[in-house]
Design a protein around this ligand. Structure first.
Ligand code: ADP
Length: 174
């Protein structure tokens, strides 16, 4: 089982093989973590993203990290929260699962995730953290990832992640 840890900080500074970007469907940059990643990676990242032709919600695409310490950026599009009745949970889970597939394809051993959809897209933070951790726990062993960092921008998010990570993993019944 890979090591799952929560840290507080700026994802653009993480020295890992891949960082995950909470992008939008255009993949052409935006606010929040997306803007921070584009600023830190340099204009080469936008030029590369222009070649990708966008991305649908729940899916993701990889680019190099350019000037970032991370070798790769996995750009995923989380769902916009619309009250919970629009498949938001599954779409968010798909983002984490997709990143682990990209990790496997790119031989990534360490990966850092932001709290996808919990900023501008307004997904409830506790519900999002539970989905993030459950999905990664379920799928990480199918990849070569050994270290997963959940990068929390603020103290409240860090506390949510730490609380969930301390609980013993749920064992499926039957
Ligand atoms: P979304 O549109 O998917 O909601 P946001 O970028 O608005 O994406 O927010 C996603 C999460 O990323 C939020 O919890 C926000 O606080 C956090 N965040 C913003 N900037 C950074 C950063 N530089 N490093 C890590 N997390 C960040």
């Amino acid at each position: 089982m890979a090591e799952l840890i929560a840290v507080q900080g700026d994802i653009t500074t993480m020295r890992v093989d891949a960082i995950v970007n909470a992008a939008n469907t255009s993949l052409l940059g935006g606010g929040g973590v997306d803007g921070a990643i584009h600023r830190a990676a340099g204009p080469e990242l936008l030029a590369e993203c222009r070649k990708l032709g966008g991305c649908e919600t729940g899916n993701g695409k990889a680019t190099p990290g350019f000037h970032l310490p991370a070798k790769w950026v996995f750009h995923v599009v989380g769902p916009v929260w619309q009250g919970g009745g629009h498949d938001e949970d599954d779409l968010l889970s798909n983002c984490y699962q997709r990143c682990l597939e990209l990790a496997k394809a790119h031989h990534v051993r360490s990966i850092a995730f932001p709290a996808i959809s919990t900023g501008i897209y307004q997904f409830p933070p506790k519900r999002a953290a539970r989905i993030a951790i459950d999905t990664v726990r379920e799928h990480v062993d199918a990849s070569d990832v050994e270290v997963v960092r959940f990068v929390c921008f603020d103290r409240e998010t860090l506390e949510i992640y730490e609380h969930i990570l301390e609980e013993p993993p749920r064992v499926p019944i039957g």
